[in-house]
Design a protein around this ligand. Sequence first.
Ligand SMILES: C[S@@+](CC[C@H](N)C(=O)[O-])C[C@H]1O[C@@H](n2cnc3c(N)ncnc32)[C@H](O)[C@@H]1O
Length: 216
Amino acid sequence: MVRVRVRQHVNPLSYAYQTPIVPPTWSQIYTNPAQPLHLDIGCAWGRFLLQMAGREPDWNFLGVEIREPLVETALAERDEQQLTNLHFIFCNINHAFAPLIESLPPGILHRVSIQFPDPWFKKRHQKRRVVQPELVENVVKYLVPGGMVFLQSDVHEVAVEMRDRFAEHPGFERQGEAEWLPENPLPVATEREQSTLDKNEPVYRVVFLKKGEIPG
Ligand SMILES: C[S@@+](CC[C@H](N)C(=O)[O-])C[C@H]1O[C@@H](n2cnc3c(N)ncnc32)[C@H](O)[C@@H]1O
């Protein structure tokens, strides 16, 4: 796989990232657009989803990423692997969430993952973090009852903040008794996760389920 040089971080609040998205025609993307959808927010090069899509053909996967060159690389890899249950979109999810999900068949969003989001340590930069209250509202609005939110980070402060933002919302129920999940409930580690584990550093993980009656 060819990797191009890209900026390490972009500022999601800058003017360049406020442009509305034009969703694709999903029937030209997914073989079966009615399959349950897993949305991975901040998917970077897409390695996690490329593996997940191969393992779980009965799901559709959508990775969203604010750095465009990474999306181009991920799409090329998807095409090379001929995966028809996977797509990547260049967007700022803090603007694109509703138009993106509303362009898909209703009741399709079953799983959302936010893994190792950019930490933006400086106080004045924390508004750039992806898990803002508006994002939590959008997740609860579009996720199906019983749908899963998986959050993980190697930065304790960031993990606590995103966990608390979901925990404060009455629409979510946290899974597990422990403060942090000891293991990843998904079968594939992201690149950032693997490099953290390789250094024997901690990963802070939490799962929420959306409350409500699960349609039979
Ligand atoms: C630290 S990387 C983690 C990548 C991957 N999830 C992993 O665990 O290896 C965070 C990613 O989120 C992307 N990102 C940050 N803010 C975003 C936003 N508002 N919308 C979409 N992607 C965003 C960044 O460009 C970056 O690729």
